[in-house]
Design a protein around this ligand. Structure first.
Ligand SMILES: Cc1ncc(COP(=O)(O)O)c(C=O)c1O
Length: 377
């Protein structure tokens, strides 16, 4: 990090996403999405330091899309378990490294920060790379260290964190060899602008109507897939010019503050709930004397991951949908691999993501809290 001062609510100036990226030591490269950037990093490592059967040590709780991209790059994933508080175990991760390992991959799940120092130590000892996945994070800190600054490579997703239709960024904090994206084809700006305008219009109407959606039934997202018998091919694209330009306008503080504000409202709204358990809470919130929570400085949420008794998760998701809010359920296609992953299994069947992005209308936040509390016996 260049000249990092740690997080302080008072001193952080308003910065655009572009200026935020410029604070990192390494150069940023703009991609069609974060997964394309990930693929390019794997290809680049393998090209410059070939291994016969390259592998990458991965969390087993990830979207299938990342698994497909690993296979397309010719890597084997070696999976580690993901506990329900996202506190991954460096010993388990260390035990997976062998002489074919090229990198360890770590995710700040849903914005909950992971302590990367033990993994950084592991990678330095083994002479391999650390890839830090900040797809769910922006301007986050853990113990005064900015998320995104520990990994040799860091991925951001403008698609996930800013509700762009696509877009991802690769920050190269270390650059042992020359790097450039493997393709120069761009996502089309008109495609991006069209979808962005459509989604912004939808959000504006949603807000104006206090969360009422007159156009269509709220559809739930589909489940990712992995076909292990198939050939996986990736056509890397770089970010469209419109989004690159928009990154210069996008106000990071505004985005972060709105997410924090929405998150805190939800967290306190359901703090006495009998069966809904916010995940990883110790790493981002403090309980005050009044019994209300405050959020730690430097925590930027993506969504609020909560654990719901497995047989009730779909019921709660449906109740919230009826109340006008669509909630994702993480990655039900995970965990992958033959070995049982007991912790990630709990996430598979119990995790629900409560949305906190800036386009959620205040009335929707209230509906979510009311709906969840009605379900609490
Ligand atoms: C944790 C995580 N990492 C990476 C990605 C890939 O991001 P993108 O959609 O920009 O390729 C996703 C997308 O779902 C994700 O959830």
């Amino acid at each position: 990090m260049k000249e990092t001062t740690g997080y302080s609510e008072e001193s952080v100036p308003t910065v655009s996403f572009r200026q935020y990226l410029d604070q990192f030591e390494g150069k940023s490269h703009f991609y069609g999405n974060a997964a394309h950037a990930f693929y390019d990093v794997m290809i680049w490592i393998q090209k410059n330091r070939p291994k016969k059967k390259p592998n990458i040590v991965m969390p087993v709780y990830i979207p299938a899309k990342l698994y497909r991209f690993i296979l397309a790059a010719g890597f084997e994933p070696k999976f580690y378990d993901v506990p329900t508080d996202f506190n991954i175990d460096p010993n388990e991760i260390g035990s997976l490294i062998d002489d074919q390992t090229q990198a360890i991959f770590a995710v700040h799940f849903f914005g909950v920060p992971v302590d990367l120092q033990p993994l950084k130590d592991l990678t330095e000892r083994a002479g391999i790379f650390l890839i830090e996945d900040c797809a769910h994070s922006i301007n986050g800190y853990y113990k005064d260290k900015q998320l995104g600054s520990t990994g040799d490579f860091t991925l951001f997703s403008t698609r996930k964190m800013m509700q762009f239709h696509c877009g991802g960024v690769l920050v190269l904090n270390s650059q042992p060899w020359k790097f450039k994206p493997s393709d120069t084809k761009r996502v089309s700006s008109s495609f991006m602008a069209y979808h962005l305008a459509g989604s912004r219009l939808k959000f504006t109407i949603n807000n104006a109507l206090n969360g009422y959606n007159p156009f269509r039934k709220l559809s739930l997202p589909g489940t990712g897939y992995i076909d292990l018998s198939g050939n996986h091919v990736v056509h890397v694209k770089i970010m469209d010019r419109f989004s690159e330009w928009y990154c210069k306008l996008l106000d990071v503080d505004k985005l972060v503050n709105k997410r924090r504000e929405n998150f805190l409202y939800l967290l306190n709204g359901i703090r006495n709930h009998s069966f809904i358990q916010p995940l990883g809470i110790k790493r981002y919130a403090t309980k005050e004397k009044t019994n209300a929570y405050s959020l730690n400085k430097g925590f930027t949420p993506f969504s609020m991951p909560v654990l719901i008794p497995a047989n009730m998760r779909e019921q709660v998701q449906q109740a919230l949908r009826n109340a006008g809010v669509v909630c994702y359920i993480g990655w039900p296609e995970a965990p992958f691999g033959k070995k049982g992953f007991q912790q990630a299994e709990k996430l598979k069947y119990g995790l629900l993501e409560l949305p906190v992005h800036k386009y959620i209308a205040p009335a929707q936040l209230k509906s979510m809290v009311d709906c969840l509390n009605i379900l609490s016996p």
